[in-house]
Design a protein around this ligand. Structure first.
Ligand SMILES: [Zn+2]
Length: 567
C-alpha cells in the first residue's frame, strides 16, 4: 500500500484532551478521530490493528469450541424486566423508543438476549454444553468517558456465554475460556495477569479479571511478590496481622470534642495520626444494624462486609445511628456499645493507644486499650487491601499495582437461566436450569492497552502480530527513477513472502518521514535513498531496537523475517 493512496494523517503535537500515552498516540498516529465525547471513528490504520486483534480473539474462541453468532444491539425492555435489570442497570444503559412506543435498550451487555436465545433453542441435555460468542458494538453511557477508547461510550467487545449441564461442566467451560484468554493476550503481545475479582453480592461464584499492568490503569491490583497471589483490591483478601502491640496502661479519658466528627478534624485536634483512631461505622444489612470497627486510616470493603453479614451493607442513616449509639453521626465508639453486632477489622488490633467516639454528642475517648476497654473476641478481614498488608496465602506483604482490565471471566450460575427460562430436560426427564458462565474481552480497549505497554517517547512500537503493516518502506527522493525502481523491487520481494508493506512514497523531507515512522510504529523500517544509490545497500531497522543493518536487496526478506520474529 502506498502512503499517498491511504488516509494516514499524523499530528506533530500532543492533543490537549489526551491524558495517557495510548490516547495521545492513537490520535497523533492517525488511528482514530473523535466524533463526540466517548465516540470515535476508527481510521484505516487503526482499523487494521483492531481487525488483527479481532482475528486473534476469533481464532482462539473457535479453537476452544465456542460458536460465533451476532446479536442485535437494540434489545427489548421485556427481556430486561425478566432478569430484573431494566431498573438495576441505572443510567449506564441508554434507553430509547420505536415510533410505535416500544421501549428498547442499547445493549451494554447481552446476557438477556443470549439466554433468551438458548431458552428457545435448547430443550434436552443432549444439546449441551454450548458456548456462544459475538464480537459486536456495546454502548454504556459513561458519566465521564475518558482516555480515548479505554473508557468510551461505544466500544467493540467480544462477549461469550457458556451453558452447561452441571457444575463440573461449567468449571470445564470456565477453564477453557481462561486458557483461551491467556493465549489471546500472549498472541497480542500483551503481558497480562489473571487476578481474582469480586463476584458481587448477587450470585456468581468465581471470577478472574485479565489485567495489563500499567501505571495509567484505572484498576488497583493487590499482588504478593513472594507467592504470586493477585487480586483486584475490591476483592483482595488480607491475612491476619502479627501479634498485637503492647497496649497503653494509661487510664481511659473522656475529651470534649464539640462539633468534631471526622477523623481528619479529630486528628488535628488530638495531634494524632489517623492510624491512632478506631473508626466506628454503623451499617444496615438486611434491615439489621451492625457496628464496624476499622483503623482511622483504612477503608471498609463493603463486599467483604456483605459476605460476612449475608446481605448488602449500606451505611446507616442518622436516626439509626442515634438509636444504636445514643449519639448523632460522628461520635460512635466501641466502648460500652451494646445491643448491636460489632465486627472489628484486623487493622484495629494494631491500635495500641486509641482514640474513638464516646457514644455521646461532642464526646470522644482517648487512651483506649482495646483489650481492656472493649475486648474483641475475633478480628476479621473487612478492609480494602493496601500496600504492606499481610498476604492471605503466605507470610509476604501485598504490594499495590495499577492495571488495565482487558478481559473478565465469570461463573454466573443459574441467575439468568432461571429468570429467562434456559432450562433443559435431564436424563430422567426432569427440568433443570443451565449453568452459565460469561466471558468478555474489551477488543478496542485491548488495542489501547497494547500501546500502553509498547511505546516510547517517539511513538508506538507495535508487536508484529497486531501491527497495521509489518514493514514500512521509506523512499527518500522517491522521484529519482533508481530509488523508485529499488522500492518496486523490494515491494515485489517482500510481498512474495506474504509480508504486508506500507510504502511511504510522499515527497516529504527525510526528517518528517523518520518521525512519522517512529510515531506509527511499524515493526521493521526499510530505507532507500542517497546511501542506496552510492552503495547498493538497503538500510534495515527494527522499531524496537537502535541497531541499523545495511544489506543488499536480496538479503532483505530474510532479515525482515528474523526481525519480525523478535518484534
Ligand atoms: Zn503471598
Amino acid at each position: 500500500m502506498k502512503w499517498t493512496n491511504t488516509l494516514i494523517s499524523t499530528q506533530r503535537d500532543d492533543p490537549q484532551e489526551a491524558e495517557i500515552p495510548s490516547h495521545r498516540l492513537m490520535l497523533r498516529a492517525g488511528l482514530m478521530r473523535k466524533l463526540a465525547s466517548g465516540l470515535y471513528t476508527w481510521l484505516p490504520l487503526g482499523l487494521k490493528v483492531l481487525r488483527k486483534v479481532e482475528t486473534i480473539v476469533r481464532e482462539e474462541m473457535d479453537r476452544a469450541g465456542a460458536l460465533e453468532i451476532l446479536m442485535p444491539i437494540l434489545q427489548p425492555r421485556e427481556l430486561w424486566e425478566k432478569s430484573g435489570r431494566w431498573e438495576a442497570m441505572g443510567p449506564i444503559m441508554l434507553r430509547s423508543q420505536t415510533h410505535g412506543g416500544r421501549e428498547l435498550a442499547l445493549g451494554p451487555t447481552h446476557e438477556e438476549v443470549v439466554t433468551d436465545l438458548v431458552a428457545r433453542e435448547i430443550s434436552s441435555y443432549r444439546q449441551l454444553p454450548v458456548n456462544l460468542y459475538q464480537i459486536n458494538t456495546k454502548f454504556r453511557d459513561e458519566i465521564r468517558p475518558r482516555f480515548g477508547v479505554m473508557r468510551s461510550r461505544e466500544f467493540i467487545m467480544k462477549d461469550g456465554y457458556s451453558f452447561d449441564l452441571d457444575e463440573a461442566g461449567a468449571d470445564r467451560s470456565y477453564r477453557l475460556m481462561y486458557q483461551a484468554y491467556e493465549r489471546i493476550f500472549r498472541r497480542c503481545g500483551l503481558e497480562a495477569m489473571a487476578v481474582e475479582a469480586d463476584t458481587g453480592v448477587m450470585g456468581g461464584k468465581e471470577s478472574h479479571e485479565f489485567m495489563v499492568p500499567a501505571e495509567t490503569g484505572e484498576d488497583a491490583i493487590a499482588v504478593c511478590p513472594a507467592c504470586g497471589y493477585a487480586a483486584n483490591v475490591e476483592q483482595a483478601a488480607i491475612g491476619a496481622g502479627s501479634s498485637a502491640p503492647e497496649r497503653t496502661a494509661e487510664k481511659l479519658e473522656e475529651v470534649a470534642t464539640p462539633g468534631l466528627r471526622t477523623v481528619e478534624e479529630l486528628s488535628g485536634f488530638f495531634s494524632a495520626p489517623p492510624s491512632r483512631f478506631i473508626k466506628t461505622l454503623i451499617y444496615l444489612a438486611g434491615g439489621k444494624p451492625a457496628a464496624v470497627l476499622i483503623r482511622g486510616d483504612r477503608e471498609v470493603n463493603e463486599s467483604k462486609l456483605a459476605r460476612r453479614l449475608g446481605a448488602a451493607a449500606v451505611l446507616a442513616d442518622g436516626e439509626t445511628i442515634r438509636a444504636v449509639t445514643g449519639a448523632p453521626l460522628g461520635f460512635a465508639g466501641p466502648v460500652g456499645l451494646t445491643g448491636v453486632e460489632v465486627l472489628a477489622d484486623y487493622s484495629v488490633a494494631a491500635v495500641a493507644d486509641g482514640i474513638t467516639g464516646g457514644n455521646r454528642e461532642d464526646l470522644h475517648l482517648r487512651h483506649v486499650n482495646i483489650d481492656r476497654d472493649c475486648p474483641i473476641p475475633e478480628y476479621l478481614d473487612l478492609a480494602i487491601a493496601a500496600a504492606g498488608d499481610r498476604c492471605p496465602s503466605c507470610s509476604g506483604n501485598l504490594a499495590i499495582r495499577r492495571g488495565i482490565e482487558v478481559g473478565h471471566v465469570f461463573k454466573l450460575g443459574t441467575k439468568y437461566s432461571r429468570s429467562l427460562g434456559a432450562v433443559f430436560n435431564d436424563e430422567r426427564g426432569e427440568e433443570q436450569p443451565a449453568i452459565m458462565g460469561c466471558y468478555g474481552i474489551g477488543v478496542s480497549r485491548t488495542v489501547a492497552a497494547i500501546i500502553e505497554q509498547h511505546h516510547d517517547e517517539k511513538g508506538i512500537i507495535w508487536p508484529a502480530a497486531v501491527a497495521p503493516y509489518q514493514v514500512l518502506l521509506l523512499a527518500l527522493a522517491p522521484d529519482r527513477p533508481e530509488v523508485a525502481a529499488a522500492a518496486e523491487d523490494l515491494t515485489v520481494r517482500l510481498s512474495g513472502r506474504g509480508l504486508d508493506l506500507l510504502y511511504d512514497d510522499r515527497s516529504a523531507s527525510a526528517g518528517v518521514k523518520f518521525n512519522d515512522a517512529d510515531l506509527i510504529g511499524i515493526p521493521v523500517r526499510l530505507t532507500v535513498g542517497k546511501k542506496f544509490l552510492q552503495t547498493g545497500l538497503v538500510e534495515v531497522k527494527a522499531r524496537n531496537s537502535d541497531e541499523l543493518h545495511a544489506v543488499p536487496p536480496e538479503e532483505v526478506p530474510d532479515l525482515v523475517e528474523r526481525l519480525l520474529g523478535q518484534a
